[in-house]
Design a protein around this ligand. Structure first.
Ligand code: HEC
Ligand code: HEC
Ligand code: HEC
Ligand code: HEC
Ligand code: HEC
Length: 341
């Protein structure tokens, strides 16, 4: 980007009459030539000069690896599968009409879903605030970026379920995608920078786009009923009813990759050792996945050879990755086993 926009921006604001602050700011600015040198790099490396925390969070997010992840590289035959590419490294979405298809960009694809995809409009950046002093033009946007339709340009399955299953069943004020996946905290938008000191603390959104974090997933699945019985001498039948209380779409969800919810029942001896166990796997497109607010009963028949030794029943509900490692444990519940037949 050329340095011109920030200069234009400052003259414009002076004309707006915010004289004192701007006079202070411009003298600092001309002194260190701020804005010109730093805004030459409009990749996330450039943003990191000032938005230190936000860029660091974004680097830890799935969005930053959307292009370079080994899975994506392999599944697209080294980025040759053209139909797969646009959502993983598109041009700035706010420069397009709402609802239009993401378009593959020509350069800097390695940054995947980068800052510009969500914020850039021409030489400015859209955000929640009306700014007076900044290093680059900003555009206050309260109608597109904060709304779930925006995320839905790429997250089609989540968005479709959000509209059809969540909005239609929620009575309390509904959260948007970013309301859940970008938890808010109070801080400055920039760090280690002259401009950081003249800006107040504001509400900032966590750009690591967390999922399996207590702020997002805590209490998302409720165990609303549990029961165990002996339908046969060597089987404990465990029935659990689960309710999706905390996601704005089904659990699990996702069009791509392996999304597994693992429901597991164990029957244990008094010393805690396992007598018998049974697992039930729910995938993103399973008929029995957890739709928002809709109770689902799962029945697990646990084989138990030594009925007399049965003491406790334990149920866990976890999201696991393709290697079986736990991403998040939603439920871990233990109760007394029913008396054997
Ligand atoms: C409409 C936009 C869009 C298109 C087109 C698209 N993707 Fe994605 N992709 C996404 C989104 C959104 C996610 C993250 C959520 C999800 O998995 O549904 C994702 C996630 C992924 C992941 C990561 C899964 C994981 O395990 O974390 C892989 C791999 C992937 N896509 C491969 C592909 C391939 C291969 C194609 C072409 C067949 C493709 N994508 C086309 C939007 C898209
Ligand atoms: C030279 C420092 C600097 C650089 C580099 C920089 N910014 Fe900023 N940015 C600021 C300042 C200062 C603000 C206003 C802070 C405030 O209002 O508290 C700001 C505000 C923003 C906002 C909020 C807009 C609003 O009105 O709500 C967005 C979005 C933004 N920047 C995106 C970016 C992106 C994307 C990049 C990289 C392409 C970038 N910035 C590079 C200093 C910088
Ligand atoms: C330009 C397309 C695009 C847009 C717009 C977009 N995403 Fe994504 N998102 C992706 C892709 C692609 C991935 C998967 C990247 C990967 O895993 O390789 C992803 C991953 C995620 C994940 C992580 C899932 C996981 O398994 O860890 C979350 C959460 C998420 N996005 C939320 C959002 C929210 C909230 C918004 C709106 C503020 C949004 N996304 C906007 C393309 C997009
Ligand atoms: C997938 C979309 C997406 C990506 C990628 C993204 N942001 Fe944001 N950003 C948002 C959303 C959504 C908000 C909150 C908007 C609102 O609440 O009105 C936001 C807010 C901001 C703000 C205002 C303060 C705050 O947190 O509300 C700044 C500054 C900002 N982003 C900078 C960046 C920078 C720098 C990058 C790249 C390192 C980046 N963003 C990447 C979607 C994104
Ligand atoms: C009410 C809070 C809430 C809302 C609203 C919400 N989500 Fe989620 N989301 C969650 C929770 C909780 C999980 C974890 C559940 C799970 O493990 O599948 C999750 C999981 C995800 C995942 C991870 C899928 C995976 O398995 O990797 C993606 C991607 C995602 N959400 C995107 C979105 C998008 C896009 C929207 C808006 C259309 C949205 N979410 C709305 C709470 C929410």
């Amino acid at each position: 980007m050329s340095p011109a926009p920030s200069h234009r921006g400052f003259h414009h604001r002076r004309a707006n009459g915010v004289a004192l602050l701007v006079a202070v700011a411009t003298s600092w600015l001309s002194g260190c030539n701020l804005g010109q040198r730093e805004m030459e790099d409009t990749t996330p490396h450039g943003c990191a000069e000032c938005h230190v925390d936000i860029t660091h969070q974004w680097q830890q997010s799935a969005h930053s690896i959307a292009w370079l992840s080994p899975e994506f590289t392999e599944l697209t035959d080294q980025h040759r599968e053209e139909s797969c590419l646009p959502c993983h490294a598109p041009r700035p979405l706010l420069e397009q009409a709402p609802g239009s298809e993401p378009q593959l960009r020509d350069s800097h694809r390695q940054f995947g879903v980068d800052c510009n995809v969500c914020h850039q409009i021409g030489c400015g950046y859209a955000g929640p605030y009306r700014n007076l002093i900044q290093a680059h033009p900003t555009i206050q946007d309260t109608t597109r970026l904060p709304c779930s339709d925006f995320c839905g340009s790429c997250h089609r399955m989540e968005h479709e379920q959000y509209v059809e299953q969540y909005l239609s069943t929620t009575s309390e004020p509904a959260n948007s995608c970013s309301g859940c996946h970008m938890p808010a905290y109070r801080s400055r938008l920039t760090q280690d920078h002259l401009l950081s000191y003249i800006h107040p603390k504001r509400i900032v959104r966590d750009h690591s786009f967390p999922v399996w974090d207590d702020r997002v997933s805590g209490g998302a699945i409720e165990l609303s009923a549990r029961d165990a019985s002996w339908p046969e001498p060597q089987t404990v039948q465990v029935r659990v009813t689960l309710v999706n209380r905390g996601a704005g779409h089904s659990i699990p969800v996702g069009e791509f990759g392996h999304r597994e919810l693992n429901i597991r029942a164990e029957v244990r001896r008094a010393d805690g050792s396992v007598l018998g166990e049974r697992e039930h796997v729910v995938l993103a497109d399973s008929h029995d996945c957890l739709r928002p607010h809709a109770p689902v009963e799962y029945v697990l028949d646990v084989p138990v050879a030594d009925a007399a030794a049965a003491s406790k029943v334990r149920v866990t509900v976890e999201r696991v990755d393709p290697d079986g490692d736990v991403l998040y444990r939603f439920v871990d519940n233990v109760w007394s086993a029913p008396a054997p037949p």
